[in-house]
Design a protein around this ligand. Sequence first.
Ligand code: ADP
Ligand code: UVW
Ligand code: MG
Length: 402
Amino acid sequence: MNIFVINSGSSSLKYQLFRFPAEQPLCSGLVERIGLENSIITHKVFPATEEEQVVRRTLALPDHRAGLQQVLQLLTDAEIGILRAPGEVEVVGHRVVHGGESFAATTIITPEVKHEIRRLFPLAPLHNPANYLGIEVAEQIFPQARQVAVFDTAFHQTLPEHAFRYALPEELYREQGIRVYGFHGTSHRYVAARAAAYLGQSEARLITVHLGNGCSIAAVRGGVSVDTSMGFGPLAGLVMGTRSGDIDPSVIFHLMGQLGYDAEQVADLLNKHSGMLGLTGNSDMRDIGHALEAGDPRAALAYEMYAYRIKKYIGAYAAVLGGLDALIFTAGVGENDALVRRLACQDLGFLGIQLDESVNALRAPGLREINHPESRVKLLIIPTNEELEIAKQCAELLGVNM
Ligand SMILES: Nc1ncnc2c1ncn2[C@@H]1O[C@H](COP(=O)(O)OP(=O)(O)O)[C@@H](O)[C@H]1O
Ligand SMILES: CC(=O)OP(=O)(O)O
Ligand SMILES: [Mg+2]
């Protein structure tokens, strides 16, 4: 069975095609700068034996539909295509960021499910609208495929009530669903499962640190999420590319009461103009790394703040778990930025966390240990693969592996 996975963002679209039950990746790709003149498609084909083939095209893609149509052309291309016709895609798996309290598990997309995803737009304004658009376009391009939603929030539905409730009047939870949901669940679940398998400890106490454009951290015991840093929406917790993370709500009252902001402007400020972008003028960690090397003091402070916030959560979640077996770094920054990892682990010897700085500074693919041999806690880099996890969830739902 061919499962096509779409991770659709506001201006980009990541995709991967798998053959199941072999879990074999056939191709993957990224469409960037959708809506601009010079959109870029990078499409990789994985032949069984030779080197992977990479096709890069720059062209104008006005919207997600045009983007996905180009992807379909590449999938069915006479030379490098993997499929003869779109009908060979039997399942399309979609990453959907916010599932609210309605979805604790992977779900076949029906008109009701789409309605619920739309209802949650205000809670994940950077994500759910793009995810929804991806579904609408995929329904047209692959009309005979089953469309499945895999929610970022699902993995965190196991949080105990004392962790997921806010100290607000109860009716706001009961009637309005105001509570912690947590995000990046597909990634936290995937790396936690890989870590447990690597350690040979199914009951392991793990802290998983997902550092991409959005950043979150989770406490996982026995494969189950028990706490996480994002909350009602994907804005709380760690400092991110463009999002503030934790902030005293009094700042919002001041912005609105004294400085004339309206609700939309506050949301825009905290979601799109804060975090590393607000601190340094750049949201991409590679650019901030270059600024740091060039001696920019704003970049140095931003790095410290970014790592300090991670460190505070490591301390908090070690307490939540009553000890720690492994700490896992994942996603773009977590997998690649040695300085962030070094700063976040600094002076945590009292918790049994000891980094091997020279191993940490090396680059290597795949899962690897970066702890000192005497470290009580294993420190691991595990590349995330949200697309594979989504495909696995689809296969499980549809009984393909059975
Ligand atoms: N080699 C690298 N060194 C430091 N940061 C990197 C590197 N490669 C990617 N990143 C950072 O990873 C982030 C994007 O991570 P990613 O997991 O792809 O995010 P998302 O899935 O949310 O788009 C960016 O801030 C980017 O700068
Ligand atoms: C939920 C979230 O923040 O996702 P991303 O990191 O892809 O923006
Ligand atoms: Mg991501």
